[in-house]
Write a protein that binds this ligand. Sequence first.
Ligand code: LLP
Length: 425
Amino acid sequence: MNPFEYRAGELCCENVRVADIAERFGTPVWIYSKAKLLHELQSVRAAFSAVDPVICYSVKANSNLSILKLLNEAGSSFDVVSGGELFRVKRAGADTTRVVFAGVGKTDAEIRQGLEDNILMFNVESEAELDAISAVAQSMNRVAPVAMRLNPDIDGKTHAKTTTGKKGNKFGMDIERHNELAAKVLADPHLELRGIHMHIGSPIMTTDPYLQAAKKATDVVRELRSRGHKTNWINLGGGFGLSYRGNEAPPASEYARVIVPLVQEAGCRLALEPGRSIVGNACVLISQVIYTKREGGKLFVIQDAAMNDLVRPAMYDAFHRLWPVQPRVTPPTDYEAESIPGCETTDIVGPVCESSDYLAQKRAFPPVNRGELICTFSAGAYGMAMSSNYNSRPRAAEILVDGDSVSVIRERETYEDLVRSELTD
Ligand code: LLP
């Protein structure tokens, strides 16, 4: 399902012309398709329906309240990594008894909040954290539900900055420590071991790492049960692939095919924490060409979306498809092709004062003039969520499209917003 299609020579989102939205709300602007967002959630749910999973949408990927509300109403739960994210999901109306709380550095205040909200479980990353959770639970006369995060030492073959399941990453613990801590939990009246947690990395474009992870998880659960734990949950984290280029990511059903039988066999409940795969292709970033410039033998298109809006190309060398909204050249099937008829090799850059401020480098791109609109695709995950005010640039507006209807789900920031929390006297 692709809600962002070229119709009659220009890009539309569902039934709305993207150019109309840009004209009405200005640029840069994020445009979301409600249908796509809900479709992706439903695909994961349907793929794993045999084990009735708790799908904890990973709030870090995109934390806009309206997005959270839509997902909540559609039956999603949430994976949070901070008190701020917990606050957001409550605002969105979430049932916190199905929320999981992850992150390597939970503070006592965050732990207390999680306990007050009766969350499903804390994903525990270290012995020090386990001790802190126990102490806070004791002070509240409570029993804290925990799942230890196992570092499975599996190579997810992702970017060095987004791999998490290999030995030497700051995340999780090895199996020996896991077993030691499990014994500690058993002896602690303020802790209950509810399950095991793993997250291999993001994005994982093949299913084999999940097969390996699920095998490890089910082995660990059997072992824990044999030692007297009532462990019932397997949480395999997020990381499902996203098609940034075409259709390269496996569908949710492929991941389910390797995971579901193992979970069934172990008689466990399954939790998943997908973020990117739910929201990534439900949103585009629309920008406007400010200037074009030829210098040093290169052609630069300088447009008004920058690394403060979408940092992924600068930070991870991430690839996003880009194409004009009203193009003079038909969109290609291969956006990475070195040459495309009618196109020229172009760097598409933003106005921020950094050489790494680009959305694409050395791209075959059609000619564009000042004022023309450009679409950056697959921008919904870790786009707005990682944006900043660098160079004192107000953050862009977010717009939700539902069929013919268009609504603002985040207003464009103003210059006043930029200085609101700063004190001068
Ligand atoms: N669960 C845990 C424990 C995680 O660390 C993450 C992502 C997720 C779930 C969600 O993963 P997803 O389904 O979205 O792949 N900013 C980077 C990605 C960082 C991912 C961090 N952890 C990017 O833009 O590629």
